[in-house]
Design a protein around this ligand. Sequence first.
Ligand SMILES: [Zn+2]
Length: 64
Amino acid sequence: MSQCKTKMGSGGTCLCVNCGFTAPHQPSLPCKEMKCPHCGKSLFREGGEHHQLYLKQQQKKGII
Ligand SMILES: [Zn+2]
């Protein structure tokens, strides 16, 4: 029924990589559609594809 079947399912956490804010992921609302209440940035799905990509980019820059 779902258009997106991943092993992550509908649970999980949305994460602001800027300040570390987290919010429970809502099945009807993608994390990237949510904004951090502290810094206004789009949230990442914790451990998700884009989050891992972001972390790799940061490691390349030597920030982490
Ligand atoms: Zn934030």
